[in-house]
Design a protein around this ligand. Sequence first.
Ligand SMILES: NC(=O)c1ccc[n+]([C@@H]2O[C@H](COP(=O)([O-])OP(=O)(O)OC[C@H]3O[C@@H](n4cnc5c(N)ncnc54)[C@H](O)[C@@H]3O)[C@@H](O)[C@H]2O)c1
Length: 328
Amino acid sequence: MHALITGGAGFIGSHLADHLLTSGHQVVVLDDLSTGSMDNLSSINDHPRFRYVPGSVLDGALLDTLAGEVDTIFHLAAAVGSFVIRDRTLHSLRTNIHGTENVLTAAHRHQARVLIASSSEVYGKNTKIGLREDDDRVVGSPLLHRWSYSEAKAVDESLTHGYVTELGLQAVIVRLFNTVGPRQTGRYGMVIPRFVAQALAGAPLTIFGTGAQVRCFCHVHDVVPALPALVEHQGAYGTAVNLGSSEQVSIAGLALRVLALTHSASDVIHMSYEEGVGPGYEDLQRRVPDCAMARKMIGFRPVRTLDDILRSVIAEQSRPGVAPAAAL
Ligand SMILES: NC(=O)c1ccc[n+]([C@@H]2O[C@H](COP(=O)([O-])OP(=O)(O)OC[C@H]3O[C@@H](n4cnc5c(N)ncnc54)[C@H](O)[C@@H]3O)[C@@H](O)[C@H]2O)c1
């Protein structure tokens, strides 16, 4: 595989780059470093089969050039994180819609296969236990920044579907549920790196809302091998496939597990969403995937537990020279 990873200096993209290089593939990363970091690429930057190209997915000409050099594109570049979407709503919409359209256009022109990273956010407020790919979206007003990420990812999915069904593009959509592990930063609103950093720094763990909201966290090392497997699976083209864990935990329960595993004496405090994320922010009470489709297509079966995940993030943030507060 000669692969282009957009957003490859980010959390998931850099783990994917590691995985593809280890599997013998060639990798080009395109990233504007808006939330990604060259630190994530430090172990592969000198690899003979690796190349980093600074730039944006909003640059259609650059994407066209790069798409002409590869056979497979993993489109992971996006404006991600509730704080990013809140603070740069319009720019985020442009990145997440026009950036994806540029990727699809370039892939179609050069007949490259594509994987488009979508999100469980497309399901919005649907609290069904075991969300299936054909379940309804339940979303709030498009005028609230809260829903703009969900809206953009949904448009990306519709665009991708159109390119597959009307233009014959080979493309699969993956709906990632909460994906976590080393290299994820808490700076943009992600809960696990933020809780771990707070616990290690002896600062209060800050829960937005009641803490009763339920999530399932999947280790990035369980998610990443599924991405090349799906882009190589002909039967996946034109479909959206859930990827995530089904191990449920409440956010309050998560805080307690972080305290226990870090042996921290930090307090746990609650903050309203208004205070924590800003006016108009609504949270989701439950987000649990049904991953039967991925299991059937590629044998997807996450093996790492929540405690494995927490230990890996704690180990990363406890390395000598790493200041936990840097993740906040
Ligand atoms: N981590 C999760 O739990 C999760 C859940 C659902 C979906 N996703 C999706 O997975 C993908 C990767 O997310 P992540 O968690 O690794 O986040 P991340 O912020 O670490 O990665 C996104 C990367 O895209 C880059 N980027 C942003 N705008 C760009 C632009 N215009 N041009 C080029 N690069 C740009 C950033 O610098 C960053 O490196 C995203 O598409 C995200 O929507 C992630």
